[in-house]
Design a protein around this ligand. Structure first.
Ligand code: BGC
Length: 805
């Protein structure tokens, strides 16, 4: 008793002494709290309103090629090719950058021990400047395969491994947070940034996001999952008003984000540019606070997309904690709002606290000594492995593939020589090299037709030299038209064992794709495919098309001409090697589509509404790239996006969601549900056997058809998936899936509830959304309310609009 009394007394004295030290220093003045040494409350209490307003607004950023603001003069808007961006904070130019080429920084507040942290793009690899003035070293980063390819692997363990390598580069180059992954839904195939996004299905998108976030964050750096939410197009991207039902938001556009937040807790979320039902997403409190933070339990901070939204105070009130890249006018507006009461200090403090919590976790705060030397050789191997695992064999008549290495191939198509590793814009990565298909085939031991290769190389070099030089960051140079191979093709068919034709597509932020000459093939491409096929088929030789694309294209009109089609997507810096791995059979193709290939663009459920209607400009104003024109898009298809539409309305696609071939064959058997009645959960067992001649992996997909009692439901929805390990011929693997009540539920808008309706459910297990091996049923006796949420996302009035009334 006595001893513990003494211990308690000593402890009390220490606490007293410490609190005395915090409040009074030797000179009798209050010492200043320091982040990490004092409590967050003490740090926040010690901050002035001006300091808080600086912390919640980024330091601005240096736009490549844009001169710094003139000292002593008010910063002017940044003019990029006629488009005006708000002026950058002059501090961005005055404070030396920690990592040149990074997209943004927060302000440091040295007196409180708060450092500036650095954020950088983008989803397929770290985007920083590869060269620095007066520095002989290089700072290249690995271009990993784009998200659409990673999703096509259906392999979350693999995607996590990519994240581990990716995160190591982020940490070793001194960056704190990567501005990715991106997981908007492939609502329409023309979306300019679809390559940055995973899928048309939220379970795939959310699972892939969670996997890569876990991998990246295992390095002690952060992620920013983006763009929250419904950022499904680039046309008028900074201002488009998206009219969408709460059910479609909850079941499709928010679902992936909720999976990622609940299972991986990304450090940050990036709000999107667009409006939802009349209000900018960054200004919607129901989205940023009620749903994201309160309903889903998101612990990190929300940052705006660059220059997103227009009302800093509304953004603060919405719980959009950090405004990026930041400009001093925003800080001034925040200070004024605290003074006039339109922003409470409690709300500002809440935003500040979330930012400080992330800073506390950052490598910069922890004083991490980064090497600037990530293991790029090892990461290139990771990139190559992942790339090969996400490629999809769409067609393989008469075993056109694999094509044994050592054979002689005639390589056609510009992108065989000038392969596209990834898309443009902030998703582009400064990589040290990209392996062309020609190089990859040569490396793999194929003999290539040399004169043809020379013709292509000369033709491309010549066309590139003629390309316009002043292309902006947002506008990729126009694609080089396909070379006319009319005269040489017959000779090539004599000399080579097979033909490979690559069809390439590039796109990126700021601009959506077009139907003509992009979704559809150009006349020259069609001519190339038919000409080569005719010549090679006449000699009894095979023709294989490689699709080096970031988003869906039209395939139905030309696929019958060729023997094989490999969908290689945009495979990162090891592109050519990874494609050769699959063409040669070194790697069995095991990718499956995570997005539907329709027969024609007109079959797409969103083809009539994408990219929305434009309205006249307000008097005296001209459209600019930042804000575009006043416009609106209505998601008339509701929840019927992708296969939910095609399968429910029985529209046959060219290649359905979930589809993918292999060089081997598989059989799914012993498919059994644990019970015929649902009691809390149900498990489904499947045996997968490799029934073919080579080793391979299979993707097993579980779809659920729910009873449409009170509201309409899609024909079926993906509820679980798994990829087997590499199965040798004859080898089997046993898989188990579990469905819980939440997996059965649909969103009832009128009740603000997720409800699993009573009735009969059908579980469909297969290898695509229509190739179903077996259907098993179970019954749910009475309905279950699996979650009660808040009514949200209806048209709302911003706090400032209220204020102005
Ligand atoms: C893009 C974001 C990107 C940001 C910073 C924006 O234009 O939409 O995805 O992270 O710029 O570069």
């Amino acid at each position: 008793m006595k001893i513990s009394y003494r211990i308690a007394a000593v402890a009390a004295l220490i606490v007293l002494a410490c609190s005395f030290l915090i409040t009074v220093n030797a000179q009798g003045k209050k010492p200043v709290p320091k982040l990490g040494k004092s409590t967050l409350k003490q740090v926040i209490n010690a901050m002035t309103v001006e300091e808080k307003a600086r912390l919640v607004v980024g330091m601005g950023f240096i736009m490549p090629g844009v001169p710094p603001p003139v000292k002593g003069q008010k910063p002017q808007p940044i003019d990029i090719g006629g488009f005006k961006l708000p002026p950058s904070d002059p501090e961005a130019y005055d404070v030396p950058e920690k990592v040149p080429g990074a997209a943004g920084r927060t302000h440091a507040i040295p007196r409180l021990g708060i450092p500036s942290i650095t954020v950088s793009d983008g989803p397929a690899g770290l985007r920083i400047e590869p060269k620095r003035p007066n520095d002989p070293k290089t700072y290249y980063a690995t271009a990993f395969p784009v998200a659409t390819l990673l999703a096509s692997s259906w392999d979350t363990a693999l995607v996590r491994k990519v994240g581990v390598a990716f995160g190591n580069e982020i940490r070793e180059y001194g960056v704190d947070i990567i501005l990715g992954p991106a997981l908007n839904i492939h609502r329409n195939p023309l979306g300019g940034r679809n390559f940055e996004y995973y899928s048309e299905d939220p379970l795939v998108a959310g699972s892939m996001t969670a996997a890569i976030v876990k991998g990246i964050q295992s390095n002690g750096v952060g992620t920013s999952i983006k763009h929250f939410a419904a950022n499904n197009q680039e046309t008028n991207r900074n201002s488009i008003n998206t009219i969408v039902s709460e059910r479609a938001m909850r079941e499709i556009y928010l679902k992936g984000f909720s999976i990622a937040v609940k299972t991986a807790q990304p450090w940050t979320v990036m709000s999107s540019y667009n409006k939802i039902n009349g209000t900018y997403t960054s200004e919607r409190r129901d989205l940023q606070t009620t749903i994201l933070k309160n309903e889903w339990g998101f612990k990190g901070l929300v940052m705006t997309d660059w220059f997103g939204g227009h009302d800093a105070v509304a953004q603060m009130n919405a719980g959009n904690d950090l405004l990026m890249p930041g400009n001093p006018d925003q800080s001034a507006a925040i200070v004024a709002a605290v003074k006039d009461g339109s922003l409470s200090i409690a709300q500002l403090d809440a935003n500040v606290e979330r930012i400080l919590q992330i800073i506390l976790k950052s490598p910069t705060f922890k004083g991490y000594k980064y090497s600037d030397k990530p293991d790029l050789v090892d990461h290139a191997k990771v990139s190559r492995t992942a790339a090969a695992q996400g490629m999809i064999l769409l067609k393989n008549d008469s075993e056109a593939l694999p094509l044994a290495s050592g054979r002689r191939v005639a390589v056609f198509g510009n992108t065989s020589y000038n392969i596209i590793a990834g898309g443009t814009g902030s998703g582009d990565v400064h990589k040290a090299y990209t392996i062309s298909l020609l190089q990859g085939l040569t490396n793999a031991g194929y003999k290539v037709q040399e004169q043809l290769a020379k013709n292509y190389t000369d033709y491309i070099a010549d066309a590139k030299a003629k390309q316009p030089k002043n292309i902006s960051f947002f506008i990729a140079p126009p694609p080089i038209p396909e070379m006319n191979v009319g005269d040489i093709v017959a000779k090539e068919a004599d000399g080579a064992d097979a033909a490979i034709i690559t069809i390439g597509r590039n796109a990126g932020e700021g601009v959506d794709r077009k139907v003509e000459n992009d979704y559809s093939l150009t006349e020259a491409e069609k001519g190339l495919i038919s000409g080569v096929s005719r010549a090679f088929h006449a000699k009894g030789k095979k023709v294989v098309v490689v699709l080096n694309i970031g988003g869906v294209i039209e395939v139905a009109s030309w696929r019958d001409n060729v023997d094989g089609i490999l969908l290689a997507w945009q495979p990162g810096l090891e592109a050519g090697n990874a494609i050769a791995d699959v063409l040669s059979g070194k790697v069995d193709p095991s990718g499956h589509l995570a997005t539907t290939f329709a027969m024609s663009y007109g079959d797409e459920p969103t083809s009539k509404t994408f990219p929305g209607k434009e309205f006249p400009m307000p008097d005296g104003q001209k459209p600019n790239m930042l804000m575009g024109r006043p416009s609106e898009v209505t998601y008339e298809e509701g929840i019927y996006v992708g296969y939910r539409y095609f399968n429910t309305f029985k529209v046959k696609p060219a290649y359905e969601f979930g589809y993918g071939l292999s060089y081997t064959t598989f059989k799914l058997s012993d498919i059994k549900a644990s019970s015929a009645d649902f009691k809390g959960s149900i498990t489904v067992k499947v045996t997968v056997k490799n029934t073919g001649k080579v080793a391979g992996k299979q993707v097993v997909q579980l779809y659920l058809s729910a009873p449409a009692q009170n509201i309409d439901k899609p024909e079926s929805e993906l509820k679980a998936f798994a990829k087997t390990g590499l199965l040798a011929p004859g080898q089997s693997q046993f898989l188990v899936f579990t469905l819980r009540a939440a997996d059965l539920a649909s969103f009832y808008t009128d009740k603000s509830e997720w409800i699993a309706d009573a009735g009969e459910y059908k579980i469909k297990v297969g290898t695509s959304s229509t190739d179903i091996a077996k259907t098993v049923s179970f019954k749910l006796a009475s309905p279950i309310v699996t979650e009660k949420v808040h009514a949200a996302l209806t048209p709302q009035v911003t706090i400032n609009e209220l204020k102005n009334k």
